[in-house]
Design a protein around this ligand. Sequence first.
Ligand SMILES: Nc1ncnc2c1ncn2[C@@H]1O[C@H](COP(=O)(O)OP(=O)(O)O)[C@@H](O)[C@H]1O
Ligand SMILES: [Mg+2]
Length: 357
Amino acid sequence: MRKIAVLNQKGGVGKTTTVVNTAAALAGMGLKVVVVDLDPQAHLTIHLGLEPQAIMAGSYEVLTKEARFEKEIMLVRPNLWLLPANINLVGAESELVSVVGRETILREAIGPVEDEFDYLIIDCPPSLGLLTLNALAATEEVLIPLQPHFLALQGFGKLLQTVDLVNKRINPDLKVQGILLCMFDTRASLPGEVKADIEHFLEGARGTDCAWAQSRILPTFIRRNIKLAEAPSYGQTIFEYERNCHGAEDYTKVAESIHNQFQLVPQLDAHDGIAEAAEEQDVQTAEQIQEEPAVESVQDADIAIEAGATQEPDAGVEQSHEQPPIEIKEIPQPDSQVQPSELTPTTPPETEQDQPG
Ligand SMILES: Nc1ncnc2c1ncn2[C@@H]1O[C@H](COP(=O)(O)OP(=O)(O)O)[C@@H](O)[C@H]1O
Ligand SMILES: [Mg+2]
């Protein structure tokens, strides 16, 4: 079973959309897929047509060991199973904080289904707290959806560092495999610039032992497509809602690319590529240039955060259950056996929590 965490601590970048439609495309290819809703907002559950209020046992109950993973997963489409979320998940981070081995509960819970599915895909919450740690401990591949706008790289370094920390301390199999550009606007120049910045950053890690040393931007991307934005309110995947649209086409390619170990399936290289998008740079309008100061680099973006701009920019959706970020501490290591419990979630200043995104 391939185990993938779809992660970005920002809201509204395309995580849930990516989980739903990639999973649906893989299921449509005849592969057995189980998706896990680890976001207290339960958007994955809703997007697949279920009401969180009606869920008696889901990911919260699995994490608190009141229920078993293999018993609570539901067949929601042919070949597609879901471990849903309900409102109880809101309290999970604080309730589990004193539980020994709290980072690896999910990993243990999925053990019994290891040979039952081809794919397990986790929709992570928009935070780097305990729920996300559980996702990272339980998976081997991280897929980062990223919306290439001017704040796209803010927090990106911290996200990668967190994955690296989990890789070093809890889960040596964990790697950042791919970065998926979502809501890509082929008419603007910025996506091309953001992409170049990420590539430059990733190049710097090649040959090192960090968890993103082999990661790459997926050779296909998701265009901005209104049908993708409409499908969730009907509780449908893009293939049910509108089979013939860019969104369905793009997510089919993403699924095939993932299944093909992040290579682009040659015969599918049909839609306008990223290179082509970069060629269209000169169509950016004067207003866009004024509105969107370019982020110089990944490092600069993170330095800006350290200098005090600590609020995570939200790319468009409400983040009603923002979780405290994980503190990445330099831990003195008398011996190399550092315990996972040293990954301590911290409580950020209240004022930052209350600000709208
Ligand atoms: N490619 C796209 N084009 C247009 N809208 C999109 C696209 N991808 C996602 N959306 C919409 O953007 C919003 C945020 O996406 P979502 O997948 O929920 O992000 P996240 O899970 O990271 O918060 C949702 O309303 C979704 O329907
Ligand atoms: Mg989501």
